[in-house]
Design a binder for this molecule. Structure first.
Ligand SMILES: Cc1cc2nc3c(=O)[nH]c(=O)nc-3n(C[C@H](O)[C@H](O)[C@H](O)COP(=O)(O)O)c2cc1C
Length: 352
């Protein structure tokens, strides 16, 4: 698999990033539909994976490496992605109604920095299409579903969109992530302010209680936060979320800051959220600060700038319970998943 991706990467990187992304997802989706081929690629190319089980949010993860939200927003390639060795997949962000997102171009590569800037703006086929597609997949991987609000919904009414999403996906999701940290939907990140956050989470927890009763199943809820929060805001967010009984925090989304030399990288000044290698330090700082305000067993899903086994280890050392990847997959390909797992296994063996 590593070989195939390193051959394909120069060709893919000649394409516009969004075109390349769509092509990769389509290919993974197609492979996933052909069960024997999917199985062959999983067994032969990926090879056996170290088992590193982690229990978090009441779920048993076969390993702690997940796919981050945004890569498969519409549940188009779940079976194929599951075969890459992830311990879990976070799908979405899905919005209640379909919407096209921001005008193209809206995704940019900063190749020498191993980074991306995107301002996709929750392009989404909407909940109905998402659920129909998910229903056609056969995988048994742990599935997180990341929910957003439509661009046309105000922050005052955002709770309605999140409740619509929660009700729709509750039964089929293993966990749900509430995305209030994308920089590409105007005003969304204001939902991280104390009063707005507290009221939104109260709505969600009340609804979760009703849905748990209705479906006889508890689906945990995590909240995804921004790396641009200062220490005081991180403490406040952690306090609100733990007091309200939220099940986990995903840290972090992309940053509107530019922790790199903007003159040295074409596209660095494009509007949108930066992901990839330069995000690691920010994201790990947020995890470290969250840990100062949460019990050690509280689940923190670390995401941002994990590009190799060392940066994965750094996220765990900062306090992550599980981790997720997006930009690393674009730059390193699917071989990154077994590479990190083997690195973690070696590190574990050295400690014990
Ligand atoms: C093109 C692109 C689209 C994204 N879309 C979403 C999204 O829809 N929802 C979300 O919560 N995060 C989204 N993200 C953020 C990622 O899930 C992740 O938090 C961020 O990229 C940092 O991880 P990374 O450095 O491994 O890429 C997106 C990231 C990229 C690069």
């Amino acid at each position: 698999m590593a070989g195939i991706y390193s051959l394909a990467r120069p060709l893919l990187f000649r394409l516009n990033p969004e075109t390349a992304h769509d092509l990769i997802l389509k290919t993974i989706g197609l492979i996933g539909q052909i069960h024997p081929l999917n199985q062959y690629l999983a067994d032969t190319c990926r090879g056996p994976l170290p088992s590193i089980p982690v229990d978090a949010m009441g779920l048993s993860f076969p390993n702690p490496i997940g796919l981050a939200a945004g890569l498969d927003k519409d549940a188009k390639a779940v079976d194929g992605l599951a075969a890459l060795g992830f311990g879990f997949l976070e799908l979405g962000t899905v919005t209640p109604l379909p919407q096209s997102g921001n005008p193209r171009p809206r995704m940019f590569r900063l190749t020498s920095a191993q980074a991306l800037v995107n301002r996709m703006g929750f392009n989404s086929g909407g909940l109905n299409l998402f659920l129909a597609r998910l229903g056609q997949q056969h995988q048994q991987t742990i599935i997180g579903i990341n929910l957003g609000r439509n661009a046309a919904t105000s922050n005052n009414d955002a709770w309605r969109d999140y409740l619509t999403g929660l009700r729709a996906v509750y039964r089929v999701a293993d966990y749900v992530t509430i995305n209030i940290s994308s920089p590409n939907t105007e005003g969304l990140r204001d939902l991280q302010e104390r009063d707005a956050l507290d009221s939104l989470i109260q709505y969600l927890k009340d609804e979760q209680t009703k849905l748990a009763d209705l479906h006889q199943k508890y689906t945990p809820i995590a909240v995804k936060i921004s790396p641009d929060l200062n220490a005081e805001s991180i403490a406040r967010v952690a306090e609100v979320l733990t007091l309200r009984g939220i099940d986990g925090i995903v840290a972090t989304n992309t940053t509107i800051s530019r922790p790199l030399n903007t003159d040295a990288h074409l596209h660095a000044s494009q509007a949108g959220g930066l992901s990839g290698a330069p995000l690691a330090t920010l994201s790990h700082r947020v995890i470290t600060e969250l840990r100062q305000h949460t019990p050690s067993e509280f689940p923190v899903i670390g995401v941002g700038g994990i590009m190799d086994a060392a940066s994965a280890q750094a996220a765990f050392s900062a306090g992550a319970t599980l981790i997720q990847l997006y930009s690393g997959l674009i730059y390193r390909g699917p071989a990154l998943v077994p590479e990190i797992l083997k690195g973690l296994q070696t590190a574990k063996a050295a400690v014990s």
